[in-house]
Design a protein around this ligand. Structure first.
Ligand code: SF4
Ligand code: SF4
Length: 375
């Protein structure tokens, strides 16, 4: 049975070792990183840099603890993410959100290059066929996947599976474009954007959020650059009127494609070379790539560490299910009650499919032992 190490966010004693950074340090010692990483080996610390207005990412203080723990075994860590907006701008976002060499103690690099098209095609599965994995993640021999657990409009729940699937795959491939990148998960098939003029209130939020500046309104008519478009779906997410839509597969196909992509990413690593750290903190309703961070809908729970992707996701969900919705949050607006599945109620998604499909693909086991952190 897989072990999942857990440290609660609650502070019982007013001392460093009972703080969240202190407990993460202790959890990583308990996990014994020597079992995973070799001296001098390069280790990617994969996180999400957030966006200009989404500050509720995995905080740099925690990334620093992971970096220090990797260094303690003599390995060489670097902190990385794939390009979500233009590469140089994304490094600025990382910096303004507090992630830079000085703060995290290691180089901060873009996993798929300044233009987001340094990637390698890797066999995925029945839904995706092949997918473009960021070249840095493809080449690096070891990785710590640091995931901020939160809600997600399309996935319902976003944790380590999504961080691997969307986060280690590029927006597009140099030759086959979005169909081999993240867009292949967001929309299966041809997937051209559809604009409904009768619903559009010309708020221009879609234009503002497009990372590629690919949306135009001439004479109050929507148009987009179909060749450029990554099918990232941000324009559809921010549209208050559902006036712009991205056709694609159903929720089940989307979640299964996430697991397929995660499997493709993991296929580039040998066994026991990837460790997962899930942060159940600042659990906001939406993704860290949105232009703003909402207040959390669930109180901070703690930090989990495991080498089993499925086990850590199952343990995360099990802990989330025990929590009450926070007042003065979207959960209260939506009248979510104690005992409800908060993230599923918010997004009306059966996010559990991610976990069952990942298990069916052999990425881990839902059977786990929760090991409570003790000083
Ligand atoms: S899906 Fe929308 S926001 Fe994303 S790249 Fe295409 S046009 Fe821009
Ligand atoms: S976000 Fe929606 S309503 Fe606003 S301009 Fe774009 S399509 Fe129209």
């Amino acid at each position: 049975m897989s072990k999942v190490f857990f440290a609660s966010a609650r502070v019982k004693k007013w001392k460093y070792s009972d703080s969240m950074p202190g407990k993460l340090e202790g959890l990583l010692k308990q996990t014994d990183l020597k079992r995973y990483f070799e001296p001098k080996e390069w280790v990617a610390v994969k996180t999400h840099f957030g966006s200009e207005g989404a500050h509720r990412i995995v905080r740099p203080v925690f990334i620093r603890k992971v970096v220090d723990a990797v260094k303690a075994v003599g390995a060489k860590p670097f902190v990385t993410d794939t390009v979500r907006i233009k590469g140089l701008d994304y490094l600025e976002v990382a910096n303004s959100n507090g992630i830079n060499h000085l703060s995290v103690g290691a180089p901060v690099v873009l996993a798929d290059g300044l233009y987001g098209n340094d990637n390698i095609m890797v066999k995925a599965g029945e839904i995706l066929g092949e997918i473009a994995i960021a070249s840095v993640i493809y080449d690096v021999p070891a990785m710590v996947v640091c995931s901020h657990v939160k809600g997600h409009i399309q996935a319902g729940y976003a944790g380590a599976i999504k961080n691997l699937a969307m986060g280690a795959v590029s927006g597009a491939h140099r030759h086959c474009g979005w169909k081999c990148g993240r867009g292949a998960m967001h929309t299966i098939g041809e997937g051209k954007l559809i604009w409904d003029e009768s619903k559009c209130v010309l708020c221009l939020q879609c234009q503002e959020i497009c990372p590629l500046e690919g949306i135009n309104f001439k004479d109050d008519k929507f148009s987009y650059d179909d060749d450029l478009c990554w099918r990232c779906g941000r324009c559809t997410r921010v549209c208050p009127e559902e006036a712009v839509k991205m056709p694609g597969g159903d929720d089940e196909m989307f979640m299964k494609s996430l697991s397929e992509a995660a499997k493709a990413v993991l296929s580039t690593f040998k066994n026991r070379k990837v460790l997962y750290v899930n942060f159940l903190t600042e659990i906001q309703p939406e993704c860290d790539c949105m232009p703003a961070a909402e207040v959390p809908v669930i109180q901070d729970i703690g930090i989990l560490v495991s080498d089993d992707l499925v086990a850590i996701e199952k343990a995360s969900v099990d802990l989330l299910l025990k929590e009450k919705p926070l007042p003065s949050s979207l959960a209260e607006d939506e009248n979510i009650q104690n005992g409800d599945d908060i993230l599923s109620s918010l997004h009306k998604k059966d996010y559990y499919i991610q976990i069952t499909s990942a298990e069916a693909l052999g990425l881990g086991s839902q059977e786990y032992e929760l090991v409570l952190f003790q000083e």
